[in-house]
Ligand binder design. Sequence first.
Ligand code: CTP
Length: 410
Amino acid sequence: MSEKNLGPEGADGRAPRVLLAVCGGIAAYKACEVLRGLQRAGCDVRVTMTEDALRFVGAATFEALSGAPVATSLYGHPGSAIPHIELAEWADVALVVPATANVMAKMACGIADDCLTTTLLACHGCCPVLVAPGMNVHMWQSPATQANAETLRSRGVHLVGPDCGRLACGDVGEGKLAPVDQIVAAARAALGAGDLAGLRLVVTAGPTHEAIDPVRFIANRSTGKMGYALAEAAVARGAEVTLVSGPTALGCPAGARRVDVVSAAQMRDATLAAFEDADAAICCAAVADYTPARPADHKLKKSREHLDAIELVETADILAELCAAKGERVVAGFAAETDDLLAHATEKLRRKGADLIVANDVSRPESTFGADTNRVALVTAAGVRQLETMPLRAVADAVLDAVRDLGAAR
Ligand code: CTP
């Protein structure tokens, strides 16, 4: 890869440069929002489009938004005889939004039959390439597209999404373009913006709900605020964040990928799956330790069932499972306690095999559930570091500093 100044605060002080390659899919209009998001993040954006993309959004729109000519043809490009090479060498990162099955196939085969695909081919050795697929579920799942996606991945192309959801054609399934914020965050991470750029982090947050019957559940007082603050701070510092969240009233932090779960069992499965491709995890969720052994499939009636006991079984310890699987990766947990804070936290560090336990005394008003501040101690094998009472965002940054210093940042 050629030497370039990556990141907004690079040696020559210029803005990071993103080449946005827009293909002919219904999600092409979302590329406008991606362009705006990149500009808000301080990037200079140039656009290349396929002929088909022009049927969805006119070049004039991208020209007005980017303030520069849009490259749609190899010939007659204003001010450039060889636009594909100039664009590839200009860019710090190339971003394909939406990547159609056709363009992914061309990229995998090295086909360069228009301005966009020729430019992407020329990006090899010049800049990282990110691909955000957007297509019908059947096209995405077709063996050809899956093989092409694998080929691209094996060559270092970074795939952002696709997501699962309702598609333009009405089908529901995988193939939906990833959220704009997530695409922008991935581009920023590839640009090396932020001290956690490139770090793939899993954060668990919120409570879990353990069903007794279809209308009742066992839960706890967690609001998810601390976990969400961690996710938001990590995104702002360039990490790629998967937020596995129990039921909360909070909106997803911009740029994070949120996986919604309800029960401890669901949180375990989602967290272990996300951790497979991650560099670090922070378990902030207040996971129920017990769940009803046999949740009723109908609403229990007090006159009929005379419920006087609920048999409980232990849930899986997600943090301990992550620690068992972590290898060289960094895993942190929380200890929310009302007494003997540091003794319990130190015992959890050892018993679960974690690299860091963030101990907080939930009996104090400034560090209890739902507060906008927290007062924590960072407990590691090296010892205990007590922090002052601080806003959640500052606590989140201190926890992320500790995770980074434990070796998570690559
Ligand atoms: N945790 C987890 N899975 C569980 C229980 C807890 O991942 N089933 C994680 C929490 O997210 C937190 C840490 O483990 O990071 C400590 O949780 P806590 O409930 O305090 O620990 P327990 O081992 O359950 O101990 P106790 O409830 O007896 O204090």
